[in-house]
Design a protein. Sequence first.
Length: 295
Amino acid sequence: MQGIVDAHFHIWRQKDLPWLNGPMVPRIFGPYEPIMRDYPITEYLGDLQGEGVEKAVYVQTNWTRDDYEKEVAWVSETANEYGWPHAIVGYADMTVKDVRPQLDRLKAYPLMRGVRMQLHWHDVPEYRFAASARQVIDPAVSRNVAHLKNYGLSFDLQLFPGQMEDGAQLVADNPGTDFILTHAGMLVDDRPATVDAWHQGLCRFAGMDNFHAKLSGLGTFVHANDPTLVQRIIDDAIDILGSEHLMFGSNFPIEKLWTDYRTLLTTHKQAVDGHGVIDMENIFRKTATRVYRLA
């Protein structure tokens, strides 16, 4: 297999992130004191050293909303100095009246490939990020997402299964925009009802050419790198969506709370290996290369 693409990772300076300063607040990935510090590109490159990863996509880390351009500017400076990352998914506030002024500023940065605004909502308060469960199809959000195609930008869609019907409508309404479901739809536990809802949620996106999903953050809710869970998610995702719609992402340094890069990558490789060479190539290189225009 040729060089691997990590389609979802973060770097940061603690001072820029409100959620990494002050008292720790409940988050879906549990206690996070070990990452309440700087995580620079040099440490990330050390974490993946020797693993065959040749390119990576940076995904926004929730700077203050007004600093959306500062974040992309800093990551772009990092890329100019170190040659990593190779693409940027920045932040834009899709709830404003007109997001285009923000997109105009972001498009000035050559590595910009997409936008993420986290729209996930859950009955459990600690899992909740969006203002409401249906914010994904709020008229302002829908209107602003529709502008992305004119900028050549994708949208990283972060939803729980209960929101996927609305998410599928957003994807269907924007056939000219690539959507990437973060963390494979966030399966929160292994109870049959939860798994069934997640499975049915993914099925809503089946057959949509502009929809993709990231096999990232799979340890988010169990706070572990669980090979059985990874295997279940990957098997079902391949069966429902096809590997040409899937891509690997490390979600480092979040996953670093409970594993190391080699173990994480090996677990994902072993889960995909039984599906064949084509699926390995798609998931670990081709899909992300195509969607994020890394070639």
